[in-house]
Design a protein around this ligand. Structure first.
Ligand SMILES: Nc1ncnc2c1ncn2[C@@H]1O[C@H](COP(=O)(O)OP(=O)(O)OP(=O)(O)O)[C@@H](O)[C@H]1O
Ligand SMILES: [Mg+2]
Length: 332
């Protein structure tokens, strides 16, 4: 596989929730690609569709949610597979071997009535074909790898016997069990204290660097993105509004929303004693949005056209796309 061939290519992904009050357009026409070993950061305010994007990639969106359009192409065994077209059995195989997801809240993905050991050993037996003893040994090794002391004894314990940070590590150990090619980490650190956050991020970074694992990291924290990501997708109202290399997004942010997000990091332009916030709130994604750009009501750079016509993502530089009339016209 050449380094430039994507490991994952998402095309026009669109996911909706059909509620009695109307349709929530949670993810609209989202496209991106990730090469082996690459790290994509997805950023944006609460409710802009980051988690639903991640869940859609894993095909874990539950009813009334539905992926209504798009392709999720993953390279496995030299071929591109559209995950959205696979049978549940085929998908199960790929999900275990190639793709793993780390959720915001470990308790939602760990089973409280099964020992931690069982939850690590089972996937090792199923996906790697190990026998009992081999799987036990591998599980101990995995727990040690994610920094859980006394791993052998800990395997017999239940999730509630672990602290929040340790549960997150267990979840990462389970995600690593089958050496996935791609890890999707959805806000892996928000529930944790700062020291543990840093350790978990180090762990992900190490995996990326040593094992060449590709990572999609979803976060509110632009500092994390600056440190870890190669490319950045900025989401707003269910869409990607700006996308580019990490250098481009930090040095030449072009969408007024990205510029505002950047200004909200103290070290990167805001004043140290006051966090800049963006006036107003993102639109609710229920029903049809007004025809203009979804950011228009909050935008300091808006022009007349912005209220009547929604801009599509267009290239404005090498590998740099932006959905903004003003930026596309050269900024102001
Ligand atoms: N199960 C659901 N039923 C209905 N609407 C949903 C459901 N899950 C998500 N949504 C809606 O989809 C949109 C995107 O939500 P999502 O969880 O992807 O946001 P997010 O970017 O991950 O936010 P946060 O940063 O708070 O985690 C929101 O408007 C949300 O209300
Ligand atoms: Mg989320």
């Amino acid at each position: 596989m050449s380094a430039n061939e994507p490991l994952l290519e998402v095309r026009h992904l669109t996911t909706e929730f059909a509620l009695t009050q109307g349709v929530v357009h949670a993810v609209q026409d989202v496209s991106f690609a990730i090469a082996p070993g690459e790290v994509l950061g997805i950023v944006g305010e609460s409710g802009c569709g980051k988690s639903v994007t991640a869940l859609s990639l894993m095909r874990l969106v539950a009813a009334p949610g539905r992926i209504v359009a798009g392709e999720v192409l993953l390279r496995a065994n030299g071929q591109m597979h559209d995950l959205l077209q696979l049978t549940p059995a085929e998908l199960g195989k790929i999900r275990g071997n190639q793709l793993a997801m780390i959720f915001q809240d470990p308790m939602t993905s760990l089973n409280p009535v099964l020992t931690v050991g069982f939850q690590i050993v089972e996937p090792l037996k199923i996906h790697r074909g190990l026998n009992d003893q081999q799987a036990q040994d591998a599980a101990v090794e995995l727990l040690e790898q994610v920094g859980i002391p006394e791993a052998k004894r800990r395997l017999k314990q239940y999730p509630h016997q672990f602290s929040g940070g340790m549960r997150q590590r267990v979840m990462i150990a389970i995600a690593l069990a089958c050496s996935p090619k791609l890890i999707i980490a959805d806000e892996p650190t928000t529930a944790l204290d700062v020291t543990i956050q840093a350790q978990i991020l180090d762990l992900l970074r190490e995996l990326n660097e040593k094992a060449g694992t590709s990572v999609i990291i979803i976060t509110h924290d632009l500092g994390v993105v600056a440190e870890m990501a190669n490319q950045v997708a900025v989401m707003y109202a269910g869409r990607i509004v700006e996308h580019g290399s990490v250098e481009t997004i930090f040095e030449k942010p072009s969408h007024p929303y990205t510029i505002a997000l950047m200004a909200s990091i103290p070290e990167l332009g805001g004043t140290a004693d006051r966090l800049a916030t963006i006036e107003g709130a993102p639109p609710a994604l229920l029903g049809d949005l007004p025809p203009g750009c979804p950011f228009e009501p909050r935008c300091l750079a808006r022009v007349e056209r912005c209220a009547v016509e929604s801009p599509a993502l267009q290239p404005i530089g090498p590998g740099h796309t932006v959905a903004c009339w003003v930026a596309q016209a050269g900024g102001r």
